[in-house]
Write a protein that binds this ligand. Sequence first.
Ligand SMILES: O=C(O)CCC(=O)C(=O)O
Ligand SMILES: [Fe+2]
Length: 238
Amino acid sequence: MADHHHHHHHHQNPKPYRSYQGKCPVVPLHESFGIDDATRLEAARDFTHLIEILNMMSSKMLELSFMILEMIFASFDIEEKKYEALVRDSVSFLRVMKYKVPTSEDQNLGLVAHTDKNAITILCQNEVQGLEIVTKEGHWEQVVVPKDALVVIVGDALKAWSNGRLVAVKHRVVMKGEKERYSFGLFTVPKEGAMIEAARELVDNEHPLLYRPFKFADYFSYFVSNLSDDALEIYAGV
Ligand SMILES: O=C(O)CCC(=O)C(=O)O
Ligand SMILES: [Fe+2]
């Protein structure tokens, strides 16, 4: 994360009155940015390394999600070969999000309650809180994310793979206060065609099989056309 902030400073042109202008108390209505030598594609590209930053951040976040998955597998004493579908057969998806300041209290829902459908999600937010989860007791509670910390969310695919040992927590975003919220999420998603099947080691008499094996893409299509709250239970529950 430190790298991310560090890179930000390179965007500031050291020459006066170049790059970003704005938030000036004399002309609070004004915002602008300048690009030196913009007729040269390389120079125009250099203006912002946003794409490089997104690429670097998402690579690091994907690395982190694989590391977390491996720790989960190790904690269950499961051999590497058995988690192919969840690691080697994964693609990543990055979503950049902005939540506006609500104008009235009854319009403060930033993102509807849901479980993530993919295997594992890493979230990174600015200092504006808003993420809420349903606790074991069944009530909504805010997740207070410390500065520079990331949030890891288990999705339905990992829940099914772990035969329900890992919980895909229901979460939402509720906006309060006067600041916009920004977040980005790196979603580790099983590849097209990947099967999600409970690890055999996690199925026994005490832990009967909860979900039949299913093709992740088919489950996702099912969810998209039904948008049910209990999609996993309905689609794959045994
Ligand atoms: O913005 C956030 O912190 C939550 C985003 C989220 O839950 C999602 O995109 O699935
Ligand atoms: Fe989510």
